[in-house]
Design a protein around this ligand. Sequence first.
Ligand code: NI
Length: 137
Amino acid sequence: MATCIVGRRLHFNAAHRLHNPARSDEWNRETFGPCNNPNYHGHNYELEVLVAGEIDPDTGYVLDVGILKRIVDERVLQVLDHRNLNLDVAWFRDRIPSAENIARFCWEALVDAMPAGRLTLIRLWETPRNYVEYQGG
Ligand code: NI
């Protein structure tokens, strides 16, 4: 059967620092450059959540995007928006809050939450030019 993909774009901002405490300060500075600055820095993130499925003949929807918005608000934005990811978000206590890992966080927060369709892609823009895509197993 044909698949249709619906998507929602959301915005949040957050602060982070890329730092691996298992490695030396010199390694961290060389590896992460200014992203290793001790006092953190912020990004305006754009998050795209894509859900794939069949079109329900009763509604014409794969998934009501209003419901999708509410799920992402509750499970992702309320956790990440206006936060210091290193200090405020438990999931990042043992993980470096790179765009890759933030996208993975979003995937894990959302993958079991879709009432219809299935989560198919997380795309996270960290800057207007740089993005990552994550597809969990
Ligand atoms: Ni950064």
